[in-house]
Write a protein that binds this ligand. Structure first.
Ligand code: SF4
Length: 405
């Protein structure tokens, strides 16, 4: 086991944080059953500080591990046979291959890109944070997720490909069929790998990108995208429905996650979604009301109008040693303040690193040494909201234990 800072934590390479070691992992397609989710929650209680998170990219994190307990948690997770993949994996939407409103199934293209990357020896030659998203569209699209390479379905057989940022900020190179798009992705990954393990797409020269664009058909301007919420009922292709919930601020106790999984034990599968989402598939319809009731009792988000969905909080204190306030405590106060009506997103960043920054219009409360500041991005908050945020940030102020993560 190695411990690193500055790279993505994995099951075998935990990251040191303010509350101990943290591991992150993503179950493979179809592998996260209620029984396995229950076991993950129990293992987090046994080996960590009990906190489990679903990240803004829909991955699982277990917090509060020690040098002794992290390998034990790792062994338990490996035993669960979650299909954890090694090397570059293209990220797909939570309901990939299943959503009734999906434009195209991204799973075959994701498999092709991962396989080609492995065949070309690229898997371990890339910077650890290099990411590829392949978005089939639908209600739970990936438009606001940033990636080095973004691929989005235009139709059942056509895909657009771009680099850097989310859908609004990416440089779109053009469109092609699945094979053309996969080849272009591999060329870009090859360019990154050839330039060294720290290379990211923003370092690629414009003439290289112009050459790639010349081999693709032009792509039309992109329509504006909405902010997808994982909470609600989502129709699936097979006629059934997925029931969506979210963890408040992406975090829950392992024992609560285990209790949720127990209530969903007759479901066939659980999928993780950006925004702390838990999607339950294959649950007998008559059990959905009881599962919603359990989720509410556990204080999970079960209602699409829950104001907590408008708040994005960074890890904050005590989880992050750089934090200048307890971001989740500010979030809880804000959610019950009556000051949010769903028209505005609030980002709570307990230091100037601005982790977990969401796309689109928002107001951000930023922890600073000499008092919190507010930044507005295409949003005009009411005076009362501004005053409340400033006051709550100071009320939940903490002393950082190091300058940054
Ligand atoms: S924004 Fe700052 S305090 Fe919050 S998680 Fe990032 S480094 Fe930690």
């Amino acid at each position: 086991m190695t411990m690193r800072r500055g790279a993505c934590p994995t099951l075998l390479q935990p990251m040191q944080t303010g509350d101990g070691l943290l591991v992150r992992f993503a179950p493979g397609p179809g592998r996260l059953t209620p029984v396995r989710l229950r076991a993950i929650g129990q293992a987090a209680e046994q080996h960590g500080n009990g906190l489990v998170e679903i990240t803004s990219r829909g991955k699982l994190q277990v917090r509060g591990l020690s040098a002794q307990s992290a390998p034990l948690l790792g062994e338990r997770i490996v035993q669960l046979d979650l299909g954890l993949a090694d090397g570059l994996q293209a990220e797909v939407g939570a309901l990939a291959g299943s959503a009734a409103d999906e434009i195209a199934d991204p799973l075959p293209l994701a498999t092709t890109v991962a396989q080609l990357a492995a065949d070309n020896g690229l898997t371990h030659a890339l910077a650890p944070k290099v990411s590829v998203t392949i978005d089939g569209g639908g209600a739970l699209h990936l438009a606001e997720i940033g990636a080095d390479i973004k691929i989005e379905a235009i139709s059942g057989a056509r895909w657009r490909i771009g680099i850097g940022g989310n859908s609004a900020k990416a440089r779109w190179l053009g469109q092609g069929d699945a094979a053309q798009t996969a080849r272009t992705a591999i060329v870009i990954l090859g360019l990154l790998a050839n330039k060294g393990a720290a290379m990211r797409v923003q370092h690629l020269h414009g003439d290289l990108l112009d050459g790639l664009a010349a081999d693709l058909a032009p792509t039309a301007p992109l329509p504006a995208f909405d902010h997808p919420s994982p909470v609600g009922v989502f129709p699936l292709r097979d006629g059934s429905e997925a029931y969506g919930f979210a963890l408040p601020f992406g975090q829950a106790r392992g024992q609560d996650l285990a209790a949720f999984a127990e209530a969903a034990i007759d479901a066939t599968e659980i999928r993780l979604a950006p925004g702390g989402g838990l999607l339950v598939l294959g649950l007998p319809e008559d059990q959905a009301p009881a599962l919603r009731e359990t989720a509410r009792r556990l204080d999970f988000i079960a209602d699409p109008t829950d104001t907590r969905l408008s708040i994005v909080a960074c890890a904050g204190a005590p989880s992050c040693a750089a934090a200048l306030f307890d971001a989740k405590a500010v979030g809880r106060d804000l959610a019950s303040s009556g000051l949010l009506d769903g028209s505005l997103r609030v980002h709570l960043a307990a230091c100037a690193k601005l982790c977990a920054q969401p796309a689109g219009p928002k107001i951000t409360l930023i922890g600073r040494k000499r008092g919190c500041t507010l930044a507005a991005d295409n949003a005009t908050p009411a005076d009362a909201l501004e005053a409340f945020l400033g006051e709550r940030g100071e009320a939940h102020r903490t002393t950082p234990r190091r300058k940054k993560t």
